[in-house]
Each structure stands twice: as C-alpha cells, then as structure tokens.
Ligand binder design. Sequence first.
Ligand SMILES: [Zn+2]
Length: 277
Amino acid sequence: MSLYRDEGVVLRTQKLGEADRIITVLTKRTGKVRGVAKGVRKTMSRFGARLEPFSHVDLQLHTGRSLDVITQVETLRPYGEALVSDYPRYTAGTAMLETADRLTVGEKEPALRQFLLLVGGLRTLVEGGHEARLVLDAYFLRSLAVAGYAPALSECARCGAEAVRAFAIVAGGVVCGACRPAGAAVPSAETIALMIALLRGDWQAADASEPRNRTECSGLVAAYLQWHLEHGIRSLRHVERDQADPAGRRPGGVRDGAEPGAREVWESAQDPHISRA
Ligand SMILES: [Zn+2]
C-alpha cells in the first residue's frame, strides 16, 4: 500500500545526519521525488554507489511522513560513469540535471515529458555523436518548450510578423523591427536557424553549423533559460500540471517533445510568460 516502484534519474544527493543521504530523483511516473537512502554513508555500500547523480535507476520506495525511504535500487544505466572522464560532457550533463530540477518545481507531480527529455539528452550526450554544447542547447530549448516557454523563432513573438530582426528575451523570442524593444540582441539568421534545428531535432543541420553561430546560439539560449528560471518559476508548476502527456509517445521521444509545447505557446499567446503567469 505504501510501497511503490518507479524508474528515474538521480538529480542530486545531500547529506542527512551521520549516515544517510537525501536523493532527489526525477521519476517516470511519479515526478520529482526526494527519498532517504539510509546508512549509505557508513559503509562503501553498493546501494549508495547506485544512487549517484546521472544514474538511471529502478527504485522501490516506502512512503514516509515527510520523505519517502528508498528500500531497493537497481541500476538501469550508469550515465555518470561514461560522463565523468569527459569534462565538456560532464559539465553539460550537470547543467541538464540542474535544469530538470529547476523546471520540475513540485514534488510528485508527474512530468513524463521532462523525464523523457532528460533521459534522451543524457543518452545523446554519452553516445558522443554531437558536440556537447549542441546537445545541451537542444536540451535547454526543448525542456523550456515542454514547460510552456518555447521561444518564438520564425515569427515575431509579439505581432506574428514574418520579417523578424532581433531576439528579445522579454518578448519571448524573435521580434520584428516595429516590436523590437531597446537592448534586443541582433543574431545572424544562421544562428536563429540553428536554434530552430536544435528545437526540432534536425541534427544534420545542427552538426553542419559554424562555430560562431554555435557560440551566439549558446549565449542566447543560456540568457533565455536564465530569464525564465528567475521570472517564471512560480507559474511553471501549473504549466507542467496543465500539459497532459499525450498517449502513445515513443520512449525517449526527444525529437517530437518540443513541438506540442511550442505550438501551444505560439497559438495561445503573443507573450507566453505574461499570459501564463
Ligand atoms: Zn512584431
């Protein structure tokens, strides 16, 4: 009755008392869970070793009064082992875990699409087929889209005009000359095209991009993410809850993960974060 199983990715761990740890896990069905792993700091326990950040694990938990207690753990994929020897990939993975933690505000609020995105992102990072920075930027754009904050990239975020000139974080993406607020960045068309490719999962186009466009893209995406984490975090809880996971999604469905959120944002509001706050 008070025992449940789920699979999830370990986001972070904290010390608790002399011997225990609190493990924060983004699970597939339950959402974000904070569970206690008892006795893991006293011995070199295999139990504790399985509960390191990045690990994709199968868990059994006992519902507790405040925190649940982790009673069993099996490793499904130890992504951390593959990442720890490669610094750029390790730091990109760390940023993914932190973002997943920040974008899933409430505990035990199902967030299947964020879970699938995180697993897909870590797997892509470990496979090493694409530059770590590109994988991270793709993950940022898609996790924002799932949370309801996809940037407008092909039409003006404010009026819908097709002739766009600048990228304005506060406006929610690209803007036309008339809507352009002061201080908006003016990225090259190739950089905007790269952002669109990353959001859609068009790796052929993304891998063929120029270094200067990747740098410009990373700067814009990081600033956009930062702005939403600081300004939008309170409303994310509701956005996540409102967006039911469509049935029949492929496991690890990263490729199509961004599209529904993106479309909803563009069709429902010209300035998504204001109308949803
Ligand atoms: Zn406009």
